[in-house]
Design a protein around this ligand. Structure first.
Ligand code: BGP
Length: 478
């Protein structure tokens, strides 16, 4: 049956500065949190905020320092995106390229110029830039001086940073996203928000985490206000690491557990899209003695500056069970739950659930009634380069195809407004969870290996031509 998919859909691809650019000290850039997370076995402990970065043993390899060197290859890469037919490209700007320590009053011109070059190159090909203002990178100086987002003074520094971007790129960038996967702050505090917890007692942690959450939420509302003042045509989006929680069984305890997990996951977006803290959270803060330091003025700012659209990443659905002791636990990503017996998993144990994307979209739409934008989705896999140079990633095509069909159903049959789709790692880049290159998502292969070898040459995978056709046919070929 022919699809009736709306024209003007933003088919695209997504990346993030710290996993792509390299040039980690080029152009005046300062060090950031993600530059300090080692490759190897200590990675998870640092990302969790349990191990301080200064305790990392020397000599750890940091692939993210060079990544795929988009910093010097951006023209070549954008030409490939254009050849693929991308209508949009989501990327992030590194805070410390613009404000190397975070404390400067004037932005670093070289950093702004780099991103302007990227944007101009995209616009040259008619590719819509979708910019994440903060994708997991906090300037190191702010971590050392303020303990990162624990401190309310971060809010104004972030507003300065975002304002510098809005002033410079006004009229060129229409779609902005505040914090990537803002809910990661609670799951991987250091990777998500530069927060170290190792110095705290268990009972002190929620005080720090929820205050930090409030600071990010306030910053996000404030920059939404500034953006609308500077560029009334531009739009601000929130960004959630999404994925519906299913009850493990029809046991009401499991159903309730799923309700709790979903509600926790929506916490940040309830504030960003709804303009106030949910009642259950206010009760929780009260009962646990958590004081996030919210003022009457904060409440007004949150209420008056909600987001224009909701973006999210979707890799997998999740499963809630009241008692996890008698089942296999899903260790696929940062979200703990029961393993879903009905689903296949990726090589890294992430459940593959295309229909779950449609369910997740319905959940977000029913709750917020704001347009959605899928800004991350994809399959991490090991690719093999054949003797003739070809890379036959049918597994990736199958994954993307199934997810594309699921969101097209959500648009056509559920009536959900969807702005676009930017699959993750449109070009191979460093994996956030492993810190390695070998977990690849790209439709473009990059010759860079875990040990740092490789000539950085780019080549097209089989999925490249397939996605090109999907875009050309506005989804009919999927
Ligand atoms: C999301 C992040 C990305 C990205 C992706 C894939 O959580 O926003 O930065 O890396 O997950 O995860 P991974 O690279 O760990 O496979």
């Amino acid at each position: 049956m022919a699809r009736k998919f709306p024209e003007g859909f933003l088919w695209g691809g997504a990346t993030a500065a710290n996993q792509l650019e390299g040039g980690y000290l080029e152009g005046g850039k300062g060090l950031t949190s993600v530059d300090l997370i080692p490759h190897g076995e200590q990675r998870f402990q640092v990302a969790l905020g349990e191990l301080h970065y200064s305790e990392v043993k020397e000599g750890s390899f940091f692939p993210s320092h060079e990544a795929i060197d988009f910093y010097t290859h951006y023209k070549e890469d954008i030409a490939l995106f254009a050849e693929m037919g991308l209508k949009s490209y989501r990327f992030s700007m590194a805070w410390s390229r613009i404000f190397p320590t975070g404390f400067e009053t004037e932005p670093n011109e070289e950093g702004l110029q780099f991103y302007e070059n990227v944007i101009d190159e995209l616009l040259k090909y008619g590719i819509e830039p979708v910019v994440t203002i903060n994708h997991f990178d906090v300037p190191k100086t702010l971590i050392d001086e303020y303990g990162s987002w624990r401190d309310r003074r971060m809010v104004d520094l972030f507003v300065n940073y975002a304002s510098a971007l809005f002033n410079r790129f006004k009229g060129k960038v229409k779609y902005w996203i505040s914090f990537n996967e803002i809910n990661m702050l609670l799951h991987l505090p250091f990777m998500g928000a530069g927060i170290y917890l190792g110095d705290l007692k268990e009972e002190e942690r929620n005080q720090v985490l929820y205050s930090a959450a409030h600071h990010e939420l306030l910053a996000s509302a404030k920059i939404t206000k500034v953006l609308h003042e500077i560029d009334p045509d531009a739009k601000m989006g929130s960004m959630l690491a999404a994925g519906e929680y299913y009850p493990y069984s029809a046991n009401p305890q499991d159903v309730w557990e799923a309700n709790l997990d979903n509600r926790d996951n929506f916490f940040f977006i309830d504030v960003q899209a709804g303009g106030e803290y949910p009642e259950w959270a206010k009760i929780k803060f009260e009962e646990e003695g958590i004081d996030i330091g919210i003022t009457e003025e904060d409440k007004e700012i949150l209420r008056d500056n909600t987001v224009d659209y909701i973006t999210f990443s979707y890799y997998a659905s999740r499963v809630s069970k009241a008692d996890l002791s008698d089942v296999e636990v899903d260790s696929g990503n940062a979200f703990q739950g029961a393993k879903n017996p009905y689903l296949e998993v990726s090589e890294w144990g992430w459940a593959i659930d295309p229909l779950g994307l449609r369910t997740t979209m319905n959940g977000l739409w029913d709750r917020y009634r704001k347009p959605l934008f899928i800004v991350e989705n994809g399959l991490g896999a090991k690719d093999t380069v054949e003797a003739d140079g070809s890379i036959n990633d049918d597994y990736r095509i199958n994954y993307l195809k199934a997810h594309i069909n699921a969101f097209m159903d959500a648009v056509e049959q559920d009536g959900i407004p969807l702005i676009g789709y930017t699959p993750w790692g449109i070009i191979d880049l460093v994996s956030a969870s492993t810190g390695e290159m070998s977990k690849r998502y790209g439709l473009i292969y990059v010759d860079r290996q875990d040990d740092g070898s490789g000539d950085l040459s780019r080549s097209k995978k089989k999925s490249f031509d397939w996605y090109k056709e999907v875009i050309e046919t506005n989804g009919q070929a999927a």
